[in-house]
Ligand binder design. Structure first.
Ligand code: FAD
Ligand code: SIN
Length: 507
């Protein structure tokens, strides 16, 4: 079956829903698909909040947020993009206040921010932002949402992306023809064994874009979150705002150690804290460190971090009395599908938004809580671009029957029970390979070995994306932001410019 919409959005996180809301309000017909339940994605789990300079916080200044973001990006953030995104951030937050989000009036502190500027709703900010967006789009007749519907490949007519082929959970294939196609499909941290993100986030959107000829960049910059509590069934993130409020990291002997690694201690950038934890675990021959919150009473912990407290209580931890074992896990894909400030990729008709995109805001490392910010700001720029485009009212009906449509996939995944099992087994192998070679510390030997191992795997999207990520890490013969090479431990401008040109090729 084939259907027509003005805009197809692949992904129903905060980025995708927020764009759908804006386009539908302007009268556009929008089709949203999400791989699983409409609420499942990183957005729902976001804890710390949205980094924003606000009139509620007069001592903070926009210029300071800009500088902090650029500093974290280690020379690769695009200052024009940083300025544009950050300077419209409060306006976009006000929209959410208008939608009924009741932000707390105090601000959290996270690593490498010069001020307390993380606006939040307790420690469950993502959920609080998702709810009004979902309410809004599900009541709008211009929006159709299809849950449990996976985008398999983009389709092109001549050089323009004109929609996608999707498969529903019941195995039905559908084709959406659209004037604009937007990838809002999240990151790829779930290509690692240990990750903070929902299992489904394996970078499908990155490969959809790549197969359609769009440029990807900076895939080697995978951000690890330093403090993740590992339970039998889940990696549960313990927000950085906990450290921002005063919790300390201790080794298995109960000694604070971060000062030994960086003078900013617990509030150094995430790459530094994560690598320090890994080094301390190695030094003390342990596979975890502790996060110590015993400086607070249980009432204080409940008041500050109810969501975290609840999760840990259910697993038998009284955080006011005992320290919590934590270690780093893959968390955020800093690079992605290259876009301009309007979210446009290098292929006509295709936009990318949210974590899948590489807008230039983050450079080589994302400043904490700048991601939700990007998800609430960028939809405005994309919506304006779409609505002001000269062909906004063009209809693509005739394209549906056009025999010259290209399906952008070098590997068409046939659906069957067996093939799903094979795909899952393959994914587990990819996870093992990537986790070993693309951890916090990388080296040429390990990266090359990983590429060879991947050659023996089936040619699924995950395998191919892993090859791209590893190739990018291999090409960047320097250490910068969250990419650390033990064989090239310093930043190197010449190496950086060479690798930026090579990054997105499968080798
Ligand atoms: P997501 O919310 O991840 O949504 C991706 C969507 O794409 C999903 O709907 C999924 O089903 C869909 N999808 C994927 N592939 C396909 C496919 N093939 N076909 C159809 N649909 C597909 N950032 C902050 O700024 N502040 C925080 O406090 C914060 N806390 C975080 C805490 C946790 C535990 C995690 C995991 C992340 C956190 N982040 C935080 C990061 C932030 O939440 C994410 O970067 C952001 O929510 C990404 O939103 P998104 O809309 O781009 O993607
Ligand atoms: C956190 O709350 O620590 C996550 C924040 C982020 O990833 O930006």
């Amino acid at each position: 079956m084939s259907y027509h919409f003005d805009t197809l959005i692949i992904g129903s996180g905060i980025a995708g829903l927020n764009l759908a809301r804006k386009l539908a309000q302007a009268g556009q017909s929008v089709f949203i698909c999400s791989k699983e339940a409409v609420t499942e994605g990183s957005s729902k789990y976001a804890q710390g909040g949205v980094a924003v300079v606000s009139p509620w916080n007069p001592e903070d200044k926009l210029e300071s947020h800009i500088q902090d973001t650029i500093r974290a990006g280690k020379g690769l953030a695009n200052s024009e993009v940083v300025e544009k995104v950050l300077s419209s951030s409060w306006k976009r937050v006000e929209e959410f206040i208008g939608l009924g989000v009741d932000f707390d009036k105090d601000f959290n502190l996270e690593g490498s921010h010069s001020f307390k500027r993380v606006l939040h709703v307790a420690d469950a900010t993502g959920r609080a932002l998702m709810k009004p967006l979902l309410d809004n789009v599900s009541c709008n007749f211009n929006v159709s949402i299809s849950q449990g519907t996976e985008a398999l490949s983009l389709i092109k007519s001549e050089d323009k992306v004109v929609g996608a082929d999707l498969r529903t959970v019941s195995g039905e294939n559908i084709r959406i023809i659209a004037n604009n196609t937007v990838l809002a499909s999240g990151g790829f941290a779930s290509l690692y064994n240990n990750h903070t993100t929902p299992n489904i986030l394996t970078g499908d959107g990155h490969m959809l874009a790549y197969d359609a000829g769009a440029e990807l960049e900076n895939l080697e910059f995978v951000q690890f979150h330093p403090t993740v509590f590992f339970t039998d069934d889940k990696c549960f993130l313990i927000s950085e705002v906990v450290r921002g409020a005063g919790a300390t990291l201790k080794n298995i002997n109960g000694e604070a150690f971060m000062q030994n690694y960086d003078k900013r201690a617990e509030l150094a950038t995430r790459d530094v804290v994560s690598r320090s934890i890994e080094a301390e675990m190695k030094r003390t021959n342990s596979d975890f460190v502790y996060l110590d919150m015993t400086c607070w009473s249980s009432e204080e912990i409940e008041a500050k971090f109810p969501n975290i407290n609840h999760f840990c209580n259910l697993r038998g931890f009284d955080l006011s009395k005992e320290m919590l074992p934590v270690k780093p896990a893959a968390h955020y894909s800093v690079g992605g599908v290259k876009t301009d400030i309007h979210g446009k990729t290098s292929v006509e008709g295709l936009y990318a938004l949210g974590e899948v995109a590489s807008t230039g805001l983050h450079g080589a490392n994302r400043l904490a809580s700048n991601s939700l910010l990007e998800c609430i700001v960028m939809p405005e720029f994309i919506a304006n671009d779409i609505l002001n485009s000269p062909n906004v009212n063009e209809k693509l009906e005739d394209i549906a029957s056009n025999v010259s449509l290209d399906i952008c996939s070098s590997y068409i995944e046939q659906y069957s029970y067996e093939s799903e099992n094979i795909k899952q087994e393959n994914l587990e192998k990819v996870r093992n390979i990537l986790s070993k070679a693309m951890g916090l510390v990388r080296s040429e030997d390990q990266l090359k070995e990983a590429l060879i191992s991947l050659e023996n795997l089936k040619d699924f999207k995950a395998t191919r994306l892993a090859r791209l990520i590893i190739s990018s890490a291999l090409n960047r013969k320097e250490s910068r932001g969250c990419h650390f090479r033990e064989d090239f431990p310093e930043m190197n401008e010449v190496a950086s410019s060479i690798s930026s040109k090579q990054a997105s090729q499968i080798v």
